[in-house]
Write a protein that binds this ligand. Structure first.
Ligand code: P6P
Length: 333
């Protein structure tokens, strides 16, 4: 198959669908280059003296790993000079990061989880980077957190990288989902899968079942019916996967179907789930919908959720359309 590079794909996409203006193409190429750098640092492991904790906590109250902070810095430095961004926001930073005055401001806003799955870093399990692109509000002078609080349906691009046996970059700009694999010898992203599609049905579910005693009834009903297998109401057997690294669980679903769930539970009525809306749930939901899947917070379409805070958490049910619709229906019954 003729090799198509990320740049060629983006140029052709602009020609075909006029969906990737030059500034957005620059943004995507810069983020993709930063992901190559992160992949290189992650791949060194203990040899790079980047494992272990940084001895600090992020706004989520989570211990920051050295690689969390390094990945965040790589994305900030890669993006601030290009003139394509007005501001950035990250899981690892409490407030938004305006573009320094010495650089021109652009019309896009970039949000990211620089290294998702941190609990897996030190045990050599795949981790990744998730990013989301919004447009700055018309006439915005100095960006504020409020400017970022747009529903996921306003995203103009979203993607993730998985640092695993292969390093892959999965991307959408609103015209389907494409996968690029990093050619390490050449240092280039090569298009390896066009127009990824999630099957509407599946036999595989992903949830952390150690929390099952805390679940609300709709989730308990949905999971119990699958556990009942071929003799139960679903009349088929299911399999379970839980890698505890959202990018890898979602990538598996993009590749072969499945449903990923991180529900709210009774432990904390103030906490509507563990995952963050703006830079985890929204970009992944945009990608999943573009691949024919569905994503809700149990009550409504994820991309319709109106954000109220930059780091707000949300319950997540995403993947094979018929399964997401079923578990969401159980929440309404
Ligand atoms: P638990 C990783 O820390 C993360 O944010 C997601 O990538 C992952 O899906 C989830 O948390 C795992 O959570 O409670 O199973 O450790």
């Amino acid at each position: 198959m003729k090799r198509v590079s990320l740049t060629q794909y983006l140029v052709e996409e602009q020609r075909l669908n006029n969906s990737i203006p030059a500034e957005l193409r620059l943004l995507i190429e810069v983020v993709a280059r930063a992901c190559k750098t992160i992949s290189h640092a992650v791949g060194k492991g203990a040899l790079g003296e980047v494992l272990g904790s940084a001895g600090s906590e992020n706004i989520q109250g989570e211990v920051q790993k050295k690689l969390d902070i390094l990945s965040n810095e790589i994305l900030l430095e890669a993006n601030e000079w290009g003139g394509h961004l007005a501001a950035m926001a990250s899981e690892e930073m409490e407030t938004i990061h305006p573009i320094p005055n010495r650089y021109p401001m652009g019309e896009y806003m970039l949000l990211f989880d620089p290294l998702d799955g941190s609990s897996n870093i030190d045990v050599n399990v795949s981790i990744g980077t998730i990013f989301s692109v919004l447009k700055a509000p018309e006439g915005m002078a100095a960006p504020t957190e409020q400017d970022f609080l747009q529903p996921g349906s306003k995203q103009v691009a979203a993607g993730y990288a998985v640092y695993g046996p292969q390093t892959v970059l999965v991307l959408t700009t609103g015209n389907g989902v494409n996968c690029f694999t990093l050619d390490r010898e050449m240092g280039s992203w090569v298009l390896t899968q066009r127009n990824m599609q999630i099957p509407a049905d599946t036999k595989e579910f992903a949830i952390n079942t150690s929390n099952s005693r805390h679940w609300y009834p709709p989730v308990t009903r949905y999971v119990d019916e699958m556990l009942a297998g071929v003799t139960g109401p679903r009349q088929k057997d299911f399999n379970m996967r839980w890698i505890a690294s959202m990018v890898t669980d979602v990538h598996r679903i993009l590749c072969r179907g499945g449903i990923f769930m991180y529900p709210a539970d009774k432990r904390d009525t103030e906490k509507p789930g563990k995952l963050r809306l703006m830079y985890e749930a929204n970009p992944m939901s945009f990608i999943v919908e573009q691949a024919g899947g569905a994503s809700t917070d149990g009550k409504q379409r994820m991309l319709d959720v109106q954000p109220t805070a930059l780091h707000q958490r949300v319950a997540v049910f995403l993947g094979s359309k018929n399964e997401v619709e079923r578990v969401t229906r159980y929440h309404q019954e």
